[in-house]
Design a protein around this ligand. Structure first.
Ligand SMILES: Nc1nc2c(ncn2[C@@H]2O[C@H](COP(=O)(O)OP(=O)(O)OP(=O)(O)O)[C@@H](O)[C@H]2O)c(=O)[nH]1
Ligand SMILES: [Mg+2]
Ligand SMILES: [Zn+2]
Length: 420
């Protein structure tokens, strides 16, 4: 009876009232601006008009150079103030198009800073950038792949949503560079090359209830080390500062105590990365280089601290062990459907919080100093440890979408409830 009552009261609340429009964070260069600051790409070319010829777009090419993409000639850029206001086109209070002096309409809205074409929903809903950060070799690229795959094949359905790539190009790059090598061929990716910058991968999480604004998800797969190019660092800094949620990845093997224990128990044949940055140093450099510029003190960006490669923790389990017990939450496949299951969330958060406190106190202290909204998770993107950089058999991701669902909960997209 009580349970029934509880369920009754915990029904999904009505969607929040939506403001008339939202600031836009460009998913390509991560600049923040208002919807009336956009410019447009002409929908046609005219050889007899200098203004409307195919031409160099300096801003776009500057952005493309940063990502080592070829330069391109494009249709003209039209600034709204050059066109009479009666030729502006609005949708949901947002300027989405205009009619040029030849009477031809364009709805190709561009970021005023990098001239990339914005998603149709930009300005009509919040722009949420989720950044994935972590030291070299913690598993960023593999986790991003496994997360996107899980969002598309299961999480979306559990939350009455669809997870769609923003463009066909995005879709192709994701499949070719990430999904197919890992999930279809079982082979690990080379270390992300700091000199071959990948442009951001953009997906939209669209709820079937169209009163809920879609969420734009931007994944930016950066190299864990060797980022030196000033231009690129600037983009990365804007990416983190303007993100609404951070997935902070920690490899348990980065933690010396754990590494030594696993080596002792599993033997030397385990493959380990050759060098590790201390998690605490990664937090400090992340904060000092990227976040502290914004304001002093702590950041309130919700931050999920995610222990990766949780399959490796099997080597640590012992019945009365100080670290991980055989019945640990880490090995329990939990699926959140329709809401964040608070009981399961509190279990994993509590266990990993205590684990980190035990094995790496300086790291936990650094987190407490810099972040005000933190929760702890453990995932395995692969479910198993590759041998010779190769996996035989099927990949079984473990709890990979849980930190993401927690972020959606902190951002008010998803309810939190106790399981009935
Ligand atoms: N056991 C296990 N190993 C994993 C898992 N995910 C990643 N790894 C291992 O970690 C290695 C590095 O993963 P990446 O995703 O390439 O790491 P990264 O953080 O992108 O590395 P950089 O691009 O060099 O910064 C992989 O080659 C795998 O060997 C996992 O879920 N379980
Ligand atoms: Mg990588
Ligand atoms: Zn931009």
């Amino acid at each position: 009876m009580l349970q029934k009552l509880k369920q009754w009261f915990e029904k999904k609340p009505a969607p929040k009232e939506r403001p008339p429009y939202y600031s836009i964070v460009c998913p390509f260069c991560f600049s923040r601006f208002e919807p009336d600051e956009v410019v447009f790409r002409a929908a046609h070319v005219r050889e007899d008009d200098d203004d409307f010829m195919l031409q160099e777009d300096r801003k776009l090419n500057a952005w493309r150079r940063k990502f080592k993409l070829s330069e391109v000639d494009m249709e003209a850029v039209i600034k709204p103030y050059t066109v009479p206001e009666e030729n502006w086109i609005f949708s949901q209070n947002v300027l989405v198009g205009l009619v040029d002096r030849y009477g031809i309409a364009t709805r190709r809205r561009l970021c005023p800073y990098c001239h990339n074409e914005l998603p149709i929903s930009a300005g009509k809903g919040p722009s949420n950038i989720i950044s994935i950060v972590g030291a070299s070799q913690v598993g960023k690229s593999v986790y991003m792949t496994s997360l996107i795959h899980t969002l598309q094949t299961s999480t979306a359905a559990h939350f009455e949503a669809a997870c769609l790539p923003l463009t066909a190009e995005n879709s192709r790059k994701f499949r070719q560079n990430y999904y197919e090598p890992i999930f279809e061929r079982g082979s690990m990716l080379p270390s992300t090359n700091p000199n071959e910058q990948q442009e951001p991968i953009i997906f939209q999480f669209v709820f079937k209830d169209d009163r809920e604004a879609p969420i734009t998800l931007v994944f930016f797969d950066v190299a864990g080390e060797g980022m030196v190019e000033r231009d690129y660092l600037d983009i990365y800094a804007a990416h983190i500062q303007n993100s609404s949620g951070i997935l902070f990845l920690v490899d348990p093997l980065q933690i010396r105590t754990i590494r030594d224990r696993i080596r002792l128990r599993a033997g030397e044949e385990q493959e380990f990365a050759s060098r590790y940055d201390e998690p605490r140093d990664v937090v400090i450099s992340l904060f000092e280089n990227f976040i502290a510029h914004q304001d002093s003190g702590k950041t309130d960006i919700p931050t999920a601290v995610v222990l990766t490669k949780s399959d490796m923790l099997r080597h640590l389990q012992e019945e009365d062990g100080a670290y991980i017990r055989p019945n640990s939450n880490v090995f329990k496949p939990v699926v959140h459907e329709g809401y964040l299951n608070l009981t399961e969330f509190e279990n994993i958060d509590g266990e990993i919080r205590r684990f980190i406190e035990t094995v790496d106190r300086p790291f936990k202290d650094a987190l407490d100093v810099y972040f005000s909204d933190v929760a702890f998770f453990a995932v395995s993107a692969l479910g198993t440890n590759p041998v010779n950089r190769q996996i035989d058999g099927v990949i079984h991701p473990m709890r990979v979408d849980e930190p993401f669902i927690w972020l959606l909960h902190r951002l008010d997209y998803v309810d939190g409830r106790r399981a009935p």
